[in-house]
Design a protein around this ligand. Structure first.
Ligand code: ADP
Ligand code: MG
Length: 245
């Protein structure tokens, strides 16, 4: 038998898939692996909840998708970019295709709503004329048309998260990632923010939401991926919130 050289297998990714993880492990310097053999495929246009107890690896997964972290082993492909091999110079171009929203909003508190959203367009050097048109349009989509002059620190939590969503969407990302977007919000605002994320998804953006909000997960009947200690323990269409703590 001839000896065949073992070539590094290229990750197969379907035309309609925007996120593919194959046997991904991520270990930090100490402790058990944060992710331990995660395989996951997400199609363009899907809405997916990621659930799991504290420390189960949810934020690590988000950071890997943003290429803030690289896996210890395994492969990740996002939007056709092989994230284990992507060159550093191409990372900014890749990240522009993603929008990200966090629990703590991460806005510029002393600036107004308009400036916070316009900022994301200035980074990618959109012409001023275009920014002046795009910012009001996106603010009205998130229900903040009248608030563009308000200072961030004068807004409610729900309004701040809407600004963060507008900022994440203004450059028209293919995928919106949200890491516990309703973690700091009351039930009414949480429901409104999730409804907004659903609207964004219906307009064509793939949406991944990390959440602890079982009530909303059960109501929305979306795909639910549950993590426990770095392992996917269930992955169901129209899933329910499972308590994995
Ligand atoms: P989750 O978002 O589900 O709460 P994380 O992905 O933040 O979980 O963390 C998963 C595990 O990895 C936890 O045990 C956590 O302590 C550990 N971890 C996360 N970030 C770091 C880090 N920067 N250095 C060391 N350990 C970390
Ligand atoms: Mg987290």
């Amino acid at each position: 038998m001839p000896v065949t050289k073992k070539k590094k297998r290229k990750l197969a990714i379907g035309d309609d898939e925007v996120i593919v993880l194959d046997n991904v492990c991520k270990s930090y310097e100490s402790g058990a692996p944060a992710l331990n053999g995660v395989s996951l495929r997400i199609k363009r246009g899907e809405f997916v909840f990621i659930i799991g107890g504290s420390g189960s690896g949810k934020s690590t997964l988000i950071k890997l998708l943003l290429r803030e972290l690289v896996p210890t082993s395994g492969s990740i492909n996002v939007l056709g970019y092989d994230l284990t091999r992507i060159r550093h110079g191409r990372i900014p171009q890749f990240r522009r295709k993603l929008g990200i929203v966090f629990q703590d909003f991460r806005l510029l508190p002393d600036r107004n709503v308009y400036e916070n959203v316009a900022f994301a367009q200035r980074i990618v050097q959109r012409p001023r004329r275009e920014i002046r048109k795009n910012v009001p349009a996106i603010l009205s989509q998130v229900g903040l048309a009248g608030k563009y002059k308000s200072k961030i620190k004068r807004l409610s939590g729900g309004e701040q998260q809407r600004v963060a969503i507008a900022r994440a969407l203004i450059n028209r990302p293919d995928i919106l990632l949200a890491d516990e977007p309703t973690g700091n919000l009351d039930p009414k605002n949480s429901e409104e923010i999730m409804a907004l994320l659903q609207k964004v998804n219906e307009a064509g953006t793939t949406v991944l939401v990390v959440t602890h909000n079982g009530e909303i997960v059960n109501k929305m009947k979306k795909r639910v991926v549950a993590l426990n200690k770095g392992v996917i323990i269930s992955d169901e269409e129209e899933g329910e919130y499972v308590n994995a703590d």
